[in-house]
Design a protein around this ligand. Structure first.
Ligand SMILES: Nc1ncnc2c1ncn2[C@@H]1O[C@H](COP(=O)(O)OP(=O)(O)OP(=O)(O)O)[C@@H](O)[C@H]1O
Ligand SMILES: O=C(O)[C@H](O)[C@@H](O)[C@H](O)[C@H](O)CO
Length: 166
């Protein structure tokens, strides 16, 4: 029997959440949602203007993320969502029981290079330091895995599928 999986691909801006999340969903044949598309317009405008989001900005958005995941419980779903702090992940897990997290981890230099390499994205590279300061890496008692981003997309997706086998 195929057990539907709920997976959040998380990490700071530029870590590859959207790219890895879409490829993972395609391999697993489940829907993919980018949490960037669930932000209220005000959040996107704030980030685009170079201001980091606050917890208050993020709570309603995290609840939308959780509700979206809960809606995918019968099919399985992959969502790309920064989920930077442990309390954010707990909020998502409360609304979408059974969700597991894949943290994409890389050096600051590589993250900056990848952010600078894209030209069609609202997120300014100047926000990378606040993203890193806010990040609480996945703890050993949280459900999920940490994957290094200094490898090919195929390697990253292969590792996730192997290690998160239901
Ligand atoms: N494994 C990889 N190898 C090489 N390039 C990669 C890899 N993963 C992602 N990239 C590239 O790095 C850039 C950042 O990736 P992506 O936009 O998916 O990150 P993100 O975490 O979704 O960012 P944001 O949170 O700002 O939306 C993109 O240009 C993407 O094509
Ligand atoms: O929690 C946050 O600060 C935001 O979700 C950001 O992480 C952005 O949405 C994303 O990284 C840019 O695409």
């Amino acid at each position: 029997m195929i057990v539907p999986q709920l997976i959040v691909v998380m990490g700071v801006s530029g870590s590859g959440k959207s790219t890895v999340g879409a490829a993972l969903a395609s391999r697993l044949r489940v829907p993919f949602v980018d949490a960037d598309d669930l932000h209220p317009a005000a959040n996107v405008a704030k980030m685009a203007a170079g201001h980091p989001l606050t917890d208050e900005d993020r709570w309603p958005w995290l609840d939308r993320v959780a509700a979206t995941l809960a809606g995918g419980a019968s099919t399985g779903m992959v969502v790309a969502c920064s989920a930077l702090r442990r309390v954010y992940r707990e909020r998502i897990s409360a609304g979408a029981p059974g969700v597991r997290f894949v943290e994409l981890e890389g050096s600051r230099a590589l993250l900056e290079e990848r952010m600078r390499g894209r030209h069609d994205h609202f997120m300014p590279t100047s926000l990378l330091d606040s993203q890193l300061a806010t990040l609480e890496s996945l703890a050993v008692d949280e459900p999920g895995i940490v994957v290094a981003i200094d490898q090919s997309l195929e390697e990253i997706v292969g590792t996730i599928i192997r290690e998160l086998r239901p």
